[in-house]
Design a protein around this ligand. Structure first.
Ligand code: BEZ
Length: 402
């Protein structure tokens, strides 16, 4: 990050803070001695997530996880109560700038938490870069966000798309697979997970023989499944998530491919969908930064608290939302609620060691988690951990100048 950009950013924030204080004084608001304006006002948190469409469940899980982290801190971060502002982004990239502006310009939130869909995240990045608002991304893996578009106020508590499939190359090699076909939705997340897999698999001597795409969020897989049957690769690797993943798993089984051509994927393929797919996912192996059966104190406590609060089992999305709350808490505690002190806030967030249900993680220079990638296998209704497929995997952050 160039120094002048940093300065420009801090100055804007400083001016915004000064205007607020000047306004309060003009309005005759007298602050009791020793209590700052920042401590009195509620922290405005903008949640921009999908609450409708194929990723709706993911948006809800992230929201739940975030709110759980806040509730565990007595409903306050850095001593300040929270006021939530919510926008349903519908996983629609075309509406992303307008939706982001609802939070940033209209509601004047202090921090934006969002989103799920990589294309929407790309639309958010431009608006948030210009406003200088703090942004914590609890899912969308768009490589660019912690790559060429990286910025001091952009943080991610989830993954880069590259990270989620890169370790699969080693996994397939260990199984003796030499050829693979990748099938996914045609948008940034699918394309980047495909590229991450290809890089890892080809490093191991494997060959990606075909890339197959379906427009997002369509779920008509039949023609491509017929093509896979005729290609007969050693393995199929897939990225789908939410409702689309459930439909794909059922169609793969119905097409007679399950048990004939082994299916792998980034763990989104099987996370949060096992209740919906019967035995269609049984035995499928995936890589992801969370798994069932980690058996750590932190994970057990989190799962218990989540189940108690929401009458639901948590999944990877809930963990990412929870960690977004934990990361924000680390920054807010460091500045004692004065989010206007952006430089100190960012410094504290950069240095945070997050005690996550997934295992402890820290941020890379480009503000993306450096984390273990687990190998998981579907056993009944669980994505059971099999081991660590890649220890402390860091995104290469290609193009990030920070
Ligand atoms: C994405 O668009 O980045 C994404 C969506 C769902 C799960 C994982 C990644």
């Amino acid at each position: 990050m160039h120094e002048n950009e940093k300065l420009g950013y801090d100055r804007r924030e400083f001016l915004r803070g000064s205007t607020a204080i000047a306004g309060a004084t003009a309005a005759g608001v007298l602050l009791p001695t020793g209590i700052s304006l920042a401590q009195q006002a509620k922290l405005k948190v903008g949640l921009m997530l999908p609450y409708t469409g194929t990723y709706a469940q993911l948006g809800v899980a992230i929201t739940n996880g975030f709110k759980l982290a806040v509730e565990e801190r007595g409903g306050k971060l850095g001593g300040r109560e929270i006021e939530y502002f919510t926008v349903d982004d519908e996983s629609n990239p075309a509406k992303a700038p307008e939706n982001t502006n609802k939070l940033v310009q209209r509601d004047k939130v202090d921090v934006v938490i969002g989103t799920v869909h990589s294309g929407v995240a790309m639309g958010m990045a431009k608006v948030i870069r210009e406003s200088g608002t703090l942004w914590i991304n609890p899912n969308a893996g768009a490589d660019e966000v912690t790559g060429p578009l990286c910025a001091p106020n952009f943080f991610r508590t989830s993954f880069s798309n590259w990270q989620t499939t890169h370790a699969l190359g080693k996994v397939l090699k260990a199984k003796g697979h030499k050829t693979a076909v990748f099938i996914t939705w045609k948008y940034a997340a699918g394309e980047q997970m495909m590229a991450g897999f290809k890089e890892g698999f080809e490093k191991e001597g494997g060959k990606l023989t075909k890339e197959l795409y379906v427009p997002f969020p369509q779920v008509e897989f039949q023609a491509l499944l017929t093509e896979i049957a005729s290609i007969k690769p050693d393995a199929v690797v897939a990225f789908f998530a939410g409702g689309g993943a459930a439909k794909f798993l059922k169609d793969y089984q119905a097409a007679g491919l399950k048990g004939k051509i082994p299916l792998y994927g980034s763990g989104f393929l099987t996370d949060g969908v096992l209740e919906a797919v019967g035995d269609a996912a049984e035995g499928i192996e995936t890589t992801l930064h969370y798994a069932d059966g980690l058996d750590t104190k932190k994970d057990k406590a989190f799962r218990l608290a989540y189940a108690k609060a929401f009458k639901l089992q948590p999944d990877v999305y809930a963990v990412q939302g929870y960690d977004a709350g934990q990361l924000l808490a680390a920054g807010m505690d460091a500045v004692k609620g004065n989010i206007g002190d952006k430089a100190a806030m960012i410094k504290a967030m950069e240095a945070a060691k997050i005690d996550s249900p997934r295992g402890p993680w820290t941020l890379s220079k480009s503000h993306n988690p450096v984390q273990d990638m687990y190998l998981r296998k579907v056993v009944g209704k669980e994505n059971k951990v099999q081991g660590v497929a890649w220890k402390a995997l860091a995104d290469p952050a290609r193009g990030c100048k920070a």
